[in-house]
Design a protein around this ligand. Structure first.
Ligand SMILES: [Zn+2]
Length: 427
């Protein structure tokens, strides 16, 4: 351990006066961002590539320097544990935090990396202050959160929470036919820690918001209460291909017109379920896609989200009604098929309260917020009490090389993480 001589038990008051080192955290973020750095200031570090190995080696080295025991499981998830009075992690439940360090193909410096390095900064802060917590504290680095090289997304945390089996995960192949298992072995991160057996007292994940709400409202901390439920659809509009000249307007069965109206209808219904309803048409294929042919067939996707499952079900009904009405009116056929569904998730009340109290204690402007995106915390939350802390990111932009965040917000979020973890770990 880094602090053998002056370790003291943290009383509640002593714990509340602790602060992380914002400059050190920022430097760690910038150092990790050099691995896979892109010309435009972003990061390209896809899961289980050699760059991912380099990133992992750097972070694991930092964990070891901080005196942690480091374990790796069969999905390559990394756990760095700092022992407490109640044990070194063996059976004593760990107050855990974490996130991921894989990025999108043109990703940024903060998505995921922030949650991991804020956790590292918490451990360093406890070492500097010589604090001995009652429960062990730790940081998790989850494998393949982004899902851009391998599907499923949140692969490591999903296997940990037994949403799917490790075997299923290891068999998944990337676009070049390389399996998850082969890639994991190639970078030497197939560990032997038993899958999903780490006992977790609570899990906290700090993350940039990836949306515009905190910045717009000038709030430093988002107290994340849960995440939107999602329904994904495939939709096919069928009319008839016809010549753009000889076919009179009233005789057409234009599938693209149906699709266009349907996009508007989906947006309007999401607005009727404001402020948290979402509907997105992100993909459209027009056939035959020729400038002088009335399109006879269009396939499209719809992604609908809402934090309340009953409202999402209502939105589903409204979407189906809209499709039927448009099809009738334009003489088209419409096949609307739901292809996937994720129920909404609600984080643990006590963990959420610990985050809110942390923000209050530090005098930071904060608000409750619902996550529009999925995160590792959602899967971990199925097997342990969990919550998340959001900080603003510039213009709400993420999954982009220009993703940016302000050092003072990064520091504030890590201080809230420290307080939330200590609230669980000192008692
Ligand atoms: Zn992320």
């Amino acid at each position: 351990m880094a602090d053998g001589t002056r370790r003291t038990d943290a009383g509640e008051e002593g714990a509340q006066s602790l602060r992380i080192d914002g400059a050190r955290l920022w430097q760690s973020l910038m150092d990790l961002a050099t691995i896979g750095a892109t010309a435009k200031g972003g990061v390209r570090r896809l899961a289980l590539t050699d760059l991912d190995r380099q990133g992992r080696d750097l972070v694991v080295g930092w964990f070891r320097e901080a005196g942690c025991k480091v374990e790796v499981d069969g999905a390559g998830n990394i756990f760095a544990i700092r022992g407490g009075r109640s044990g070194r992690g063996g059976n004593a439940p760990v107050v855990l935090c974490g996130s991921h360090i894989d990025t999108q193909p043109s990703g940024g410096k903060f998505d995921g990396n922030y949650g991991v390095l804020a956790g590292l900064e918490v451990l360093r802060t406890l070492n500097d202050a010589g604090v001995m917590t009652h429960k062990p504290v730790g940081v998790a680095v989850w494998t393949n959160e982004e899902g851009s090289r391998f599907v499923p997304v949140m692969g490591g945390s999903g296997a940990f929470a037994k949403v799917f089996t490790l075997d299923h995960l290891l068999k998944q192949r990337d676009a070049d036919g390389v399996s998850f298992g082969e890639a994991l072995t190639a970078i030497d991160y197939a560990g032997d820690a038993p899958m999903g057996e780490l006992a977790i007292d609570a899990y906290f994940e700090a993350h940039i918001e990836q949306g515009p709400i905190l910045e717009r409202e000038d709030k430093t901390i988002g107290v994340v209460t849960g995440a939107l439920g999602q329904r994904w659809y495939d939709c096919v509009w069928t009319g008839q291909d016809a010549h753009a000249g000889p076919t009179p307007m009233e005789a057409r069965r234009d599938a693209l017109r149906g699709a266009a109206r349907f996009i508007e209808a989906a947006n309007a219904l999401a607005l009727r379920h404001a402020p948290n309803g979402r509907a997105t048409v992100g993909s459209l294929q027009v056939s035959p896609n020729s400038r002088n042919v009335v399109p006879g067939r269009v396939t499209m996707t719809v992604d609908m989200r809402h934090p309340d499952d009953d409202s999402l079900l209502k939105m589903d009904g409204e979407l189906r009604e809209a499709a039927a009405a448009i099809a009738r009116e334009l003489g088209l056929e419409c096949e609307l098929r739901q292809v996937d569904q994720f129920p909404s998730s609600h984080f643990d009340r006590e963990c959420v309260a610990a985050v809110r109290r942390g923000a209050q204690l530090l005098g930071l402007p904060h608000r409750d917020i619902v996550s529009g995106a999925a995160h590792d915390a959602i899967y971990v939350g199925r097997v342990a009490p969990a919550a998340m802390i959001f900080v603003p990111c510039k213009d709400g932009i993420s999954h982009n090389e220009i993703e940016d965040a302000r050092p003072e917000h990064i520091e504030a979020g890590a201080n809230v993480l420290l307080q939330a973890m200590l609230a669980r770990a000192v008692s």
